[in-house]
Design a protein around this ligand. Sequence first.
Ligand SMILES: [Zn+2]
Ligand SMILES: [Zn+2]
Length: 213
Amino acid sequence: MKRFKDPVGMPYSIYAILNSGGEIIVKCSQCEGPASIRYLSDEQEVIVRCSSCLYQSRQQPRYAYSVAAICTHCERWFNQPLHNRRQFGQKQVHFPCPHCNRVNRVAVRKQDTGYWQMPEIYQGREPYFNLELYFMDDYRGQQVWALNREHLSYLLDYISADLRENSMYFQVIRTASHPIPKYMKEAKNRDGIVRLLRKMQMKHSPSSGRKEG
Ligand SMILES: [Zn+2]
Ligand SMILES: [Zn+2]
């Protein structure tokens, strides 16, 4: 019987991975090959680098970007966060008024929040460069993804285990499996998900064949 001990905390959150010097593997926007996202603590920047085509880009995770204006059409005030990273470097952007939908030309505001904006995966894309995750597939219409190779092995171990030793922490302390979606944990999907994750493991990536330090 395969036993499994779920680590305490959230070691596979984007924040934890990047802050402990780990990487997140995404699809390069230029060549679709695997690219790596890391955090440079000296510069306080998140950087994406592709070793195949040498594409790279940087973001500052502590900054929040927003637009605020009085709509030229309905004359109501709006103040909205910007999510499209491509707009962050621009002085002005076209932005639809949340009240009447009329597109306004508004100045981009950049603010140092002093802390990281809580980064999460949204529709299979990471929050810094809006790039698709490299280890991602579809299981009966539901997305299955891993942030990197270590996360992928963790998911495989967790899902293929027969016995999970996390009951004593149940509802008291969050363990690493907390964010795993329910459909991935369901017994009826187990074999299918395990097969899918194994297939993902076969994908080439920059970290295959060498140990990450
Ligand atoms: Zn590339
Ligand atoms: Zn308006």
